[in-house]
Design a protein around this ligand. Sequence first.
Ligand code: GTP
Ligand code: MN
Ligand code: MN
Length: 603
Amino acid sequence: MTAVTIPGLEHAPTNHARLLAWVQEVAELTCPDEVVWADGSQGEWDRLTKKLVDAGTFVPLKKKPNSFWAASDPTDVARVEERTYICSVREEDSGPTNNWMDPSKMKAIMTELYRGCMRGRTMYVIPFCMGPLDAEKPMLGVEITDSEYVVVSMHIMTRMGTKALALFGEDADYVPALHSLGAPLEHGQQDVQWPCNETKYISHFPETREIWSFGSGYGGNALLGKKCYSLRIASVMARDEGWLAEHMLILKLTSPENKAYYIAAAFPSACGKTNLAMLEPTIPGWKVETLGDDIAWMRFGADGRLYAVNPENGFFGVAPGTDYHTNPNAMRTIAKGNSLFTNVALTDDGDIWWEGMGEPPAHLTSWKHQDWTPDSEELSSHPNSRYCTPIEQCDIKAPEWDDPNGVPISAIFFGGRRATTIPLVTESRDWQHGTYMGATLSSETTAAAVGKTGVVRRDPMAMLPFIGYNAGDYFQHWVDLGKRADADKLPKIFYVNWFRRGEDKRFLWPGFGENSRVLKWAIERIEGKAAAQETPIGYVPTAEDLDLEGLDASREDVEAALAFDADEWRAEIPLVEEWFAKIGEKVPTTLRDELAALKQRLG
Ligand code: GTP
Ligand code: MN
Ligand code: MN
């Protein structure tokens, strides 16, 4: 058999033998027209964005420098949880919350899908590093993709190209991540604006630490450094090595006394992480700076404290609802340009618009490429439309945001979107109780994943779609880590809910910048300076305990947002029991004890 010659294959900029062999193997399987090693340069960005403009995938924005509008295929708009698999060798290691398939069976199916799937396209090899390049052990990966959209998105979201490849040496470990749109082009065939395939698989092989993705070009399905690597695969690494890979923002809060605290917070997709990460406090003297808006890797430092690093390099934020009132820092970041906007609306003068961004213009091009006016019945922007923008240009990024040692976390917030039951804020009694809060976290589903929205489901630690192994083992890992460290060095865990509603369905708490009042209370609890009431579910502040000066909300609403209602909580118990039954025998005894104790306290 003669070796296949594909242009670009012979000029690899590395001597890493395993990487070279893998690239060769994938190229022979997928049959691209050429192979290109992504270098992360400005020239590459210019070339690929131009190619995307010529293909009709991108429209350059006249009003934002170096920025582009894209609209995806209407069937390819969010993560596809139904098509996401954890292919561990043993089914029980994937667990009841994940889809599972035997790894060799999955590889056999996907190999056939990949066969010839890049015909007529370019295969890009993207070396990348999640987290700082100067980390003691840089977390490397290589994404192979046939999507230019993915390459330019990876320019923003990761440290990639030549500077990442420099860390590979000849045999560094890396996570191979294979991605294809699954849309080969016959000779002379006209491409579509958003190529993808009806058949989709987002597969993870935790034992061999590989990612195989097919059929989708969007977000978490296609930018494999993000959810696939930094959460699903990294959570398995973290289990094995004694750390945590979590769906958490990281923020720095500085008090009027100039004392800095770092807070991590886990809320399910589209439940407020990006907003909280960039919050503008409404209380005087307090300052928030951003380190990350979606993912935190947390390791114990030599001093016994938990240190967090953001593995990402950009924000991939939910667009609708973002404006100068809710998230001015995100607006200022995207205003600087160098950003991608997917599935928002395009204005006639070459800017972007979405629901929640002030008065709508008289005419727009909707994300479905249709004429849109304020009278239109459909939304101009998909609810899961996103902006993609570099952290570097965020005015309030904390200077230490890319410190390889990370930042010591004082508090962890868990939160969800619940119209009832869950008070605005509750402080856990200790780590184990906080782990129980996280493990039983619930939230109404959102548009960030395909499926029905507004349905309450358990979303443990906001990680339901991202735990790369058995959820029961994951809970045990949290419990075990808490035992490893000194209790007084562990972050304090709080449970928040910005989304409680009154009888008239209105949000009881104004949220956004006003959430700084809750952050302040949490820090004052850590400092032993604020009061709270002990309730069966933990410590809950009264309206007196919160700083409400200048808050534009009625006392009744605040009290209703803070209320602990024993009947509502009693109604929650069977749901938690059902949830634990689903996880089965792997639910840690500690958490069963927490549930039993809660039940008893509720009477
Ligand atoms: P992913 O990026 O998908 O993981 O989600 P996220 O957690 O970053 O969500 P994001 O911050 O983008 O919030 C999405 C939605 O929550 C938007 O519709 C916001 O308007 C809304 N939201 C955020 N914070 C608040 C708040 O404090 N109160 C209320 N009522 N809504 C909020
Ligand atoms: Mn997320
Ligand atoms: Mn976000």
